[in-house]
Design a protein around this ligand. Structure first.
Ligand code: GTR
Length: 425
């Protein structure tokens, strides 16, 4: 008996807490709790926001600060003396279609870690600076292309057999393993460039107590306070640093940079776009909980699950709202509202119930009043559109068939949306 108890308690000890307590996800619309969303157009002290001035002066800064202190965590100011080093240029990449560059960004201004590598593809035929999509990736820039002369990332990677990661490092066999998500030739043919960055260059995606990545530059003595940056904030901060480089590159139209991300990196693209108005267009692909999905719906992934499974993504204050979503002073529609009046696009996938497609749609819808107040065409969809039927005005949305992924269909919509907002101006 004693032995049995011992084995039992040992098993309990060895079971990761997150799994032991992981509640069953709700996928039943009738079980979604009733909730009242905070109004993006009412200030903290109850004043109706009825003019763009009031929005810009009072309400927007209020909401931004709430996301900084309660959800993602405040980031430091970007370094002023970053060092940008162009490490390769190929003028006939992709069979002559593209100019390809690799650029290293040294955050401290010295040639030392942390360092972020940009892989840039631009249409070779361009006669003027071009709009680009900028996006983080999960396993290194060499995974987005099959071109064999792109540098293989030397950074730490999450374990993944499919991506040929061995001992947390990429291998030669990792090349092109994520290429299906990056239709580079189509992007080039449509007149856009692509800027790719491995998210782990900015902050490796695991909970190390914030000692590595860019946190090392600022948090070497003590971990971030409860309202200071987690990993998603660090990634967003890194995207803004990359934009600082783009502003020095005269082949790129830095007034037409679209920031895009999938899943955890879609949460990041929204947060990057919310904080940094230099991002002219923002795209979130299947970003789910802590991204586009409304937290109060508790459909699929919840605050309880995400904060236990990924304690490093958000700031510590976000834990206060586990199972208490109604006490959050914001919800994710207000994250979208921070991007107004700039074009924003949210995409869902039918089988990606974990990310709560309806909650993603509703965030766009409930951010619309802010877009309207600022004089844009808004969204114009009251109900969720049918699958594969995109809605595209100043705000865009689609739900496509299929699973959690980035597909050619998604990219077609993003390119159409960018055409609408970037071309001819
Ligand atoms: C899942 C996580 C989601 C989503 C996804 C991803 O495990 O629960 O929030 O971000 O990872 O990034 O692929």
């Amino acid at each position: 008996m004693k032995r049995l108890l011992f084995i039992l308690s040992l098993t309990l000890l060895l079971t990761p807490a997150a799994h032991a307590q992981r509640p069953k996800p709700n996928y039943d619309e009738s079980q979604v709790p009733e909730f009242k969303l905070p109004d993006p157009l009412v200030t903290q002290d109850g004043k109706k926001v009825d003019s763009p001035e009031l929005w810009n002066k009072v309400r927007r800064p209020e909401i931004l600060e709430l996301f900084e202190t309660e959800v993602y965590g405040k980031s430091p100011a970007r370094p002023e003396n970053m060092l940008f080093e162009v490490t390769s240029v190929k003028n006939d990449a992709l069979g002559g279609k593209a100019i390809r560059k690799e650029v290293s960004v040294y955050f401290s201004g010295k040639k030392e870690e942390p360092r972020m590598d940009l892989l840039i593809y631009l249409p070779a035929k361009a006669t003027k600076p071009l709009p680009v999509f900028m996006a983080l990736n999960f396993f290194g820039n060499h995974t987005i292309t099959t071109e064999t002369d792109v540098k293989i990332s030397d950074k730490w990677m999450r374990a993944n057999k499919d991506k040929a990661i061995v001992d947390h490092k990429a291998t030669e066999a990792s090349r092109g393993k994520s290429a299906s998500r990056w239709p580079i030739e189509t992007i080039i043919d449509r007149g856009y460039g692509l800027v790719a960055i491995y998210c782990g260059d900015i902050d490796p995606d695991y909970d190390d107590g914030f000692k590595n990545g860019v946190h090392a530059l600022y948090n070497s003595k003590q971990k971030p306070a409860a309202d200071e940056w987690g990993t998603i904030s660090a990634w967003a901060w890194g995207l803004s640093c990359a934009l600082d480089y783009l502003e020095t590159d005269d082949q790129i139209d830095h007034n037409k940079v679209a920031v895009l991300g999938h899943s955890r990196l879609g949460k990041t693209s929204l947060w990057a776009g919310a904080q940094d108005p230099r991002f002219a267009l923002v795209i979130s692909n299947d970003s789910g909980c802590g991204g586009a999905a409304l937290s109060r719906r508790r459909f699929g992934e919840t605050l309880h699950v995400i904060n236990n499974a990924f304690p490093h993504w958000f700031c510590d204050n976000f834990n206060k709202y586990i199972d208490k979503e109604n006490e959050l002073p914001v919800d994710q529609h207000m994250l979208i509202s921070l991007i107004a009046p700039r074009p924003v696009y949210v995409a869902s996938a039918e089988d990606d119930r974990w990310a709560d497609p309806k909650g993603e749609f509703l965030s766009v819808k409930y951010a619309e009043p802010v877009y309207k107040l600022l004089g844009t065409s808004g969204f114009g969809a009251d109900d969720m559109p049918a699958v594969n039927q995109p809605v595209q005005k100043q705000m865009g949305y689609h739900i496509r068939t299929g699973k959690h992924d980035v597909t050619d269909f998604d990219w077609q919509q993003y390119l159409n949306f960018a055409d609408q907002h970037f071309q001819g101006s």
